[in-house]
Design a protein around this ligand. Structure first.
Ligand SMILES: [Zn+2]
Length: 268
């Protein structure tokens, strides 16, 4: 059994064949596809998708860029809808309370797209989402870009236990320390085929802290392709090769890690 803990099947790249993509993943043995929301529209789509497919495990969140939608300059390079961020956090909390969510995410801090004048508001929104995760004992799926250390400081200060860093771009050494001493998880994307840092993480992180993800449609294993959840199987091949394990042994380890972080209910 395989798991993709971070994917965006609500993306328009899947509009025409979303069901076929999910069926292909299930056929490949991917039993859990954690679809992550980013904003009000995708959060509602994630919930609807989870109603239709039992393999889809819903995570609702607010992407750091969307978290500061009201503060962006008019020439901001990405298209971002303005919405009531606090009302959306309340919506996420009510779904968490109803027991509908496998995780909170994607959420976190971004210093690549966003300037320093947004950092305080980013941290306020991140803090509220951490509150929701802690109140309902859910894992947090974290995006950080350039602000890895700050995100780590906040999570430590708040004593957050259930954490997965998705597509971690900070130093491998830093990931190592967090995995070893904080007990946090790191999901490795399918582009570990071409990314040296991710292959290094597959080789050196504590085995019980490794998860697989795709971030589909982004980060494909081969340049130019559209990524999809079935591609986590290739990451298991790399993990097995790096560690000198059988494919089955690697798959079993990652599935057991997923069970540990997400709990029985989302891994049956
Ligand atoms: Zn993502």
């Amino acid at each position: 059994m395989y798991v993709d803990v971070h994917t965006h099947l609500t993306h328009e790249a899947f509009a025409a064949d979303q069901s076929a993509v999910i069926e292909r993943a299930i056929l490949a043995g991917v039993s859990a596809i954690v679809v992550n929301g980013l904003d009000p529209v995708s959060n509602r789509q994630v919930l609807a998708m989870a109603e239709r497919f039992s393999a889809v495990k819903p995570a609702l969140g607010i992407y750091p860029v969307d978290a500061v939608c009201g503060l962006l300059p008019t020439d901001f390079p990405l298209k971002v809808e303005v919405f009531d961020v606090d009302a959306e956090i309340d919506f996420i909390a009510s779904n968490a309370q109803a027991g509908r969510l496998a995780a909170i995410g994607e959420c976190g801090l971004d210093g690549h797209w966003l300037a320093a004048d947004t950092f305080a508001e980013q941290e306020r929104v991140f803090g509220r989402l951490i509150d929701v995760a802690q109140t309902y004992d859910l894992p947090l799926i974290i995006h950080t870009r350039k602000l890895e250390q700050r995100a780590i400081d906040i999570l430590r200060e708040r004593k957050v236990k259930k954490v997965n860093f998705h597509c971690f771009g900070g130093r491998t050494k830093l990931a190592q320390v967090c995995a070893e001493s904080d007990g946090w998880y790191f999901s490795i994307p399918a582009n570990a085929t071409v990314n040296e840092a991710f292959r290094k993480m597959l080789t050196t992180l504590p085995v019980e802290r490794i998860l697989t993800e795709t971030d589909a449609p982004y980060l494909p294993p081969r340049k130019g392709e559209r990524n999809e959840p079935a591609n986590v199987v290739g990451t298991i091949d790399i993990l097995a090769h790096q560690r000198g394990w059988s494919h089955e042994q690697a798959a079993k380890q990652v599935w057991s890690n997923y069970q540990d972080l997400f709990g029985k209910r989302w891994s049956l």
